[in-house]
Design a protein around this ligand. Structure first.
Ligand code: ZN
Length: 254
């Protein structure tokens, strides 16, 4: 198992990588999005050197709100082109997996229509990513429409996609993260860990919410040995380091 941390898209990416490297993480989750970390502003060589200096590998992450499932065809088109631009950067950085997020049309459009729109966009993206050596991983969000059934329809229709299990998102709206891990275990390619109260997407440190981490990690360890990003949003980074310690400790014990 490898533990990583995200770079903040509005901060200096090299400083972000330095903190991640100095604090003993295995990889960086490169959150490439506005305003500072967009393709035209990034200095690839410097980022590569910074990663190499700390022997860090990387995974990639595009903005969570790209309209890949919008009812507006021109917005879907624009979102696909944006993702393709980021994929060029990730290819240069030799990043093997990149996250894109679920996205749904307005309420006048059915779940099936939303699935169709997303599949059109995701199909173009996975076709573009494959020759670059990149796997696209699909992260579900805290929306009513990100059900197990809908995610299953998307993953079944595009076999190139991996499943990105965001454990915090899967703990909302009465959902159970363990249930999703069991169901999608064969497609599991990346994990985000953070805690919450079951009602709001709080991105809390591990143990600050209601997730039973011992139960969850005991199962995860049996089926998965890949990348885990601590997607914890706290001003005080000690909470992140504490969560890393908790994860390592429980992983060892279970
Ligand atoms: Zn996430």
């Amino acid at each position: 198992m490898k533990i990583g941390f995200p770079t903040h898209p509005r901060r200096d990416i090299l400083e972000e990588i330095r903190w991640i490297g100095e604090n003993g993480f295995d990889f960086v989750d490169l959150f490439l999005e506005p305003d500072r970390n967009v393709p035209e502003k990034l200095e690839i060589k410097k980022i590569k050197n910074a990663l190499a200096a700390y022997a860090l590998s990387s995974v990639g992450h595009t903005a969570w709100n790209l309209p890949l499932g919008s009812e507006h065809k021109s917005l879907r088109r624009a979102a696909v082109q944006l993702v393709q631009g980021y994929l060029q950067v990730f290819a240069e950085l030799e990043t093997p997996k990149v996250t894109v997020h679920a996205n749904w049309p307005s309420g006048l459009f059915s779940d099936l229509e939303g699935i169709k729109y997303q599949l059109e966009a995701l199909g173009e993206i996975t076709e573009y990513a494959a020759p670059l050596g990149i796997m696209i991983v699909y992260e579900s969000l805290d929306t009513r429409r990100c059900t197990k059934e809908n995610i299953h329809k998307i993953l079944s229709a595009n076999k190139k996609l991996g499943f990105h299990a965001d454990i915090g998102h899967l703990n909302l709206l009465g959902r159970k993260p363990l249930d999703y891990l069991q169901f999608f275990r064969a497609r599991l390619e990346h994990i985000h860990l953070h805690d919450n109260d079951g009602h709001r997407d709080l991105h809390l440190p591990l143990g600050a919410g209601n997730i039973d981490w011992r139960e969850l990690l005991a199962y995860l360890k049996k089926i998965y040995d890949g990348t885990i990003t601590l997607e914890i949003f706290s001003r005080d980074k000690e909470y992140v380091l504490h969560s890393k310690h908790v994860l390592q400790k429980i992983w060892q014990e279970v």
